[in-house]
Every structure is written in structure tokens, then in C-alpha cells.
Design a protein around this ligand. Sequence first.
Ligand SMILES: [Zn+2]
Length: 287
Amino acid sequence: MRVGQSRGGEGAGQDRREEQGAAAAAVRGSEVGGSERARHRKSGFDPGWMEDPRFKPWLYNIANHGMFCRLCRQHKQAPKRGVSTRPFIEVGCMLFRSDYLDKHAATRHHQESVKAHAALIQAVIGGFKCLYHLTKKEHAHHTNYADLLELAELLGCQYFEKLKIGRTNYTSHRIIDEMLEILGTVVEEPILANISASVAIGLEVDETTDVSVKKQLDVHVRYMDKNGLLYSQFLDLVTVSDGRADTIVKAIRTILTKKNIPTQRIYGLGTDGAAVMTGMNYQQKQG
Ligand SMILES: [Zn+2]
């Protein structure tokens, strides 16, 4: 999802002065006296700063371009009159000193960016929670997501404004589908781990046809947890180009590989008994 820019706050003037000062110092880097210049040349970017909790959330370095602030660049407040080359934001800071990093972190601009980022994260998490709620309750998510966010805003939850990607966009089908894919991966991980740990696995494959008359394979898996309890779990629904046995085998192989299902522990196959399915069973065992 794309994020918008946050507005400038008060004190930006002070920020600009601080940053102008740092910019001037960065430019002066090439004019400083002999011994100091040698010290700067020798120092360079310290990779240890990337692990320092003070700098880790925002700092990155581009070889020959200097150090930048991820947060200030993402939540960039438009530079006002005359300042368009702020170090860490528009231009890299070439003075590789930790006190310059501290100085940047203390600027009003950076503090505002940190706040804007925290609000954005909160909004993204809120958006995911709303979508998760809809899917868990099996409500039609594409049609109800916008309404649910609207209700949340009506009840005083203002942070969705921070998404700032427009009502027509942040509830668009494409974004909802992307979010669902992410949610699916997170929810699926522990289930797949349980399936992998099962001593025996059974597959249930059904061929269906969707509204546009495309053939689809609906794959479920049966497995046992460490307490001996049996579960039946939906694994995937994939569109296949035709109903031939080798097409179906290929599709199932792809699913099993993608989901890391240990094929050597698949002992059973449940189908409606169609010839292509029972034939597939034979081929699968051979493979
Ligand atoms: Zn910053």
C-alpha cells in the first residue's frame, strides 16, 4: 500500500536552520583543515550503526551518496523557501559521524516523521484487523470492507485517515486481495507446520467449476496433531486449464511443493471417483 505525506508542524523553521547548518557542514567536509579532513576520510560509514537501536529504524547508507533517513523521506514535509537539499532527506549526509545521526534524530522534522510513521502503522494494523474480522465471520469482504472502515471512523477511530490513499483506492479489490494474501500467509504458517509434523496425511481433491465455467481444483488435507486428533483443512483452490489427469497431477504437485507438504507421508486420497482422479492417484504414487 502506498502512503501519503504528512503535513509540516510548527518549529519547522528551527528544523531548517539545524538542517541548513548540517548541510553547510556536510559541504564544508571538503574544505576543513588537514588533520580533520583525514579523520573524516578515514572514518566512513560504520555498519554497526545499522544495529544501534537509536538509528536502526531509520538509517540507511548508499555507497557514494551518503546516509539517508527512511522515515523522513517517507513522510517528507515539503521544504519551504530556499531549502531543498536537506541532509538525510533530499541529499545523503556524507559526514559519517554518530553525533550527526543523533543531531538528525533530535530535529523536529524527524520527530514528526516518527510520529507519522507510528500512526501509519497503527492504521495499517487496524485495516488488517477489520479485514480479518470479515473473513473470519465469513462476510463478503470485498463489499463490506469499505462499510466497516466507515463505521470505525464514525465511532471515532480517526487513524484510518493516515492511510491517505483515498477512499476509492484503499478499499479497492486489488488492495484487499493483497492484504488477504498477507493475512493468509500469516494464518496458514502454524497450520502448515502442524500438517508437516503429522505422521500421516490424506488428500481430498474435488473438481469444481466457477461462475465463469473455469475448471478448479479444491484441495483439502486431512492430518493428525500430536495428540492424535484428526483435522480436515482447506489447502488451496486453483484454476486448471483442462480436466486431464496430467494437468491435475501437475497442479497438485505445485500446491504440495508450494505448501511444503511432505509427500512421502501422504497415504490417502479422497475423490469423487472420477477416472482422472483415480488415475492421478496411481501416477502420484509412482512419482
Ligand atoms: Zn529523519
